[in-house]
Write a protein that binds this ligand. Sequence first.
Ligand SMILES: Nc1ncnc2c1ncn2[C@@H]1O[C@H](COP(=O)(O)OP(=O)(O)OP(=O)(O)O)[C@@H](O)[C@H]1O
Length: 251
Amino acid sequence: MQALIDIDQLDLYYGDFQALKKVSLDIPEKAITAFIGPSGCGKSTLLRTLNRMNDMIPGTRIEGSIKVSGKDIYSSDVDVETLRKKVGMVFQQPNPFPKSIYDNVAYGPRLHGIADKQRLDEIVESSLRAAVLWDEVKDHLKRSALGISGGQQQRLCIARALAVEPDVLLMDESTSALDPISTLKIEELAQELKKRYTIVMVTHNMHQAARVSNQTVFFLNGEVIEYAETEKLFSNPVDSRTEDYISGRFG
Ligand SMILES: Nc1ncnc2c1ncn2[C@@H]1O[C@H](COP(=O)(O)OP(=O)(O)OP(=O)(O)O)[C@@H](O)[C@H]1O
């Protein structure tokens, strides 16, 4: 598989505190890569660097490089809005806008200049279908997004991210606020989406990483300890710290 994201010797500092240390990873396209590790090991920090969400945190500094499709995303000529269109993100808590279901999905395309009603209708439908939500909401697209269930809201947030045709979908513990059935739906959805998108997910749930991902990266104190095919990492880890973590001895 070809690497879509190439992280090279990445250091990240919050002020004086170094949260990521010499992280180097190749993330393959059209597959699911899971980041696991104990609380505070830097999983979310690394995920945020991939679409420069960390730019919003004052005092953050990085060294090293991240390339997406061969292009350094921290180079001075990169337009961050364009990057975030390409590298979409879904958060831990579903965060639909206080707007209709339709307007949530149409929001990004409108922002990027699409005004034609028929074109927007098509995008809204195809995005909701891709997020496996269409059948549940198609008869009340004008209703508030805040009135649907948490699991539906999270799939709506995925549809909203897909509406701008990203290459990469970042999922930051996107099922941790959901019930088991909604979680399963998102996991099944991720399996479908990886046929078209590159997915990087942070999860606290090792079973989830083992169930859904193709590759798993284990982090400790801001460092990559082990990166392998998921099956291999969980069945035959090379590093004793990985083994201790996956067998529940710490974290
Ligand atoms: N905005 C910030 N300012 C200062 N330090 C931060 C900031 N965000 C995170 N950190 C620190 O950076 C380290 C990595 O945090 P991060 O949230 O990336 O870890 P994580 O592995 O995602 O943890 P969790 O699983 O608990 O979400 C932690 O020590 C954390 O306290």
